[in-house]
Design a binder for this molecule. Structure first.
Ligand code: IMP
Ligand code: MG
Length: 181
């Protein structure tokens, strides 16, 4: 692994503490309701696994895979769904759990894609937000773990070319590392 990967932005403990806070907030906001937690594959899996431990509601899990990224670090801007949801979300409350919102293109697309199926509501809970890169200014993020600078983030589920997802903390690649990898 590249040297920069040792740099820790957020530790496992900091992430768990934030998951506890957001889990409590989500529990209050949806009190008495059933919630479909819809995780975006693959990057948000670790975050979802921590978050749902702290949501005290009737939770059902589903997964969706969509992407605007190729194998590198720059977005192509074209989103497609490569693994669709299994559940019927008609009149259900859906919480999309995402790893990181960058340009917002992916979530903007997913909100519309899911909205066409007439759920009761669609909200977003992201571990990280990189607002400096936003292109879709209309995107509303309901729950944010941490706001990060314009860095290429890896670890805690997030990858560079499918690597580093298993790091138990959030780290980043220096631009020079990205070029040399
Ligand atoms: P967006 O459509 O530009 O918002 O990109 C969102 C998706 O790109 C995220 O769900 C991630 O999977 C991926 N992504 C964006 N920024 C990063 C990053 O810094 N590290 C790893 N993946 C990223
Ligand atoms: Mg993602």
């Amino acid at each position: 692994m590249a040297e920069a990967i040792g740099k820790i932005l957020y530790t496992e403990e900091q992430i768990r503490d934030r998951a506890i806070e957001l889990g409590q907030q989500i529990t209050e906001d949806y009190a008495g309701e059933e919630l479909i937690v819809l995780t975006t594959l693959k990057g948000a899996v670790m975050w979802m696994s921590e978050l749902i431990k702290h949501i005290d509601l009737d939770v059902k899990l589903d997964f969706i895979q969509a992407g605007s990224y190729g194998s590198g670090t720059t977005s192509s801007g074209v989103v497609k769904v490569t693994k669709d949801i299994d559940m019927n979300i008609y009149k259900k409350h859906v919480l999309i759990v995402e790893d990181i919102v960058d340009t917002g293109t992916t979530l903007g697309y997913l909100e519309k894609y899911l909205g066409d199926r007439n759920p009761a509501s669609v909200k977003i809970c992201t571990l990280l937000d990189k607002p400096s890169r936003r292109k879709d200014e209309s995107l509303v993020i309901d729950y944010t773990g941490f706001v990060v600078d314009d860095l290429f983030i890896v670890g805690y589920g997030m990858d560079y070319d499918q690597k580093y997802r298993n790091l138990p903390y959030i780290s980043y690649l220096e631009p020079s590392d990205v070029d040399s990898l």
